[in-house]
Design a binder for this molecule. Sequence first.
Ligand code: ARG
Length: 423
Amino acid sequence: MNATGSIVAARAEMTHSKVVLAYSGGLDTSVAVRWLQEKGLDVITLTVDVGQPGDLEATRRKAEKIGAKKCYVVDAKDEFAEDYIARALKANALYEGQYPLSTALARPLIGKHLVDVARREGASFVAHGCTGKGNDQVRFDLCTTALAPELQVIAPARVWGMSREEEIEYAKERGVPVPVAVDSPYSTDENLWGRSVECGILENAAIEPPEEAFEWTTSPAEAPDEPAYVNIRFEAGTPVALGTRSENLLTTINTLNRIAGDHAVGRIDHVESRVVGIKSREVYECPAAVVLIAGHQALEAMVLPRDLLEFKRSVEARYANLIYEGLWFTPLREALDAFIETTQERVTGEVSVKLYKGSARVVGRTSPYSLYDPAMATYSAGDRFRQEMAEGFIYVWGLPARTWAAVGEKSRPRLVKAAKRAK
Ligand code: ARG
């Protein structure tokens, strides 16, 4: 039997068992507090600060008011930046080549804190507010049980069978505060690495997202007429300074979200393939992620050899998929991290990114490990490249193709006959 099935069946047994609920303060998780209590559980809420807006102290008080026995708020912004975003950046992780995985990447972190609190409190259950149609349920379920196989996961919204209207009704009947944002046509999720927007008119994939769907980015039409340039210094694949100021990753991300967002950078409109098989139209705003990944890629292009770049691209795609699919706490992720880490040793240097009306283009890069040698590349006099050597190289390089063509030439009559017979 699944976790929730056994819960409903064995209600008596669970009386006063503890459950740690990932609590956002939204409608689903607020209703979940009460719903779990009505199933006989002692509810402990956990709100993890991953850089989402809003007053988390107020969120905590709200959980208390609904009846949670204990309410944790954990500031995990630095941990998110250093242990999760930094790795994703080294991997240039973009799901299906587009989405920087902002929502996806925060899930294992929240899952880890759920497990920490569950162990501290002696809880047998963890819970989250995800529905049965999305990716986040997969990530929470997998990440928590990968760290603590003894825990059972409850996802009330996956099983309670209430429509949104019924949820509001349920909340009102029990005095559970209904968030004002309940009228918003969109479902959103925000953290340091980006903002995800779905539902409402966005479900029509044929229509351009209305301006009101965006909050972090100015529209390109209204962005400043003067471009902005940001200089980012990387050390071993991690941003360590913006302009002339040393900054930790958290500050760098916050600053870039603001500057790049003002220049309309970071809007992504993606019809994506969910883990559960559904295609969904998602709109994202990820200004800092877009700028940092572009800068990081440009630096790698300069310091890494071609075969490594090419091989790393296949690792990057795999890495992005595993983040998306909730497989963060797996030996595969650790092994890929080890590979990626060795590639980053020389990814040190500076890039200059030009932000202008929605675009972020790398316009300059320097590195002590640059493989780019102007004396080799130049067409001007005095270059060091020995052009006459190219002829012999091409003779050998082209040998397989010439051999193939020559054999085909010789056996042409036989090939023609065989083709006729086949008809
Ligand atoms: N589709 C994205 C993902 O699976 C974002 C989902 C975010 N949730 C939301 N309520 N908008 O990572």
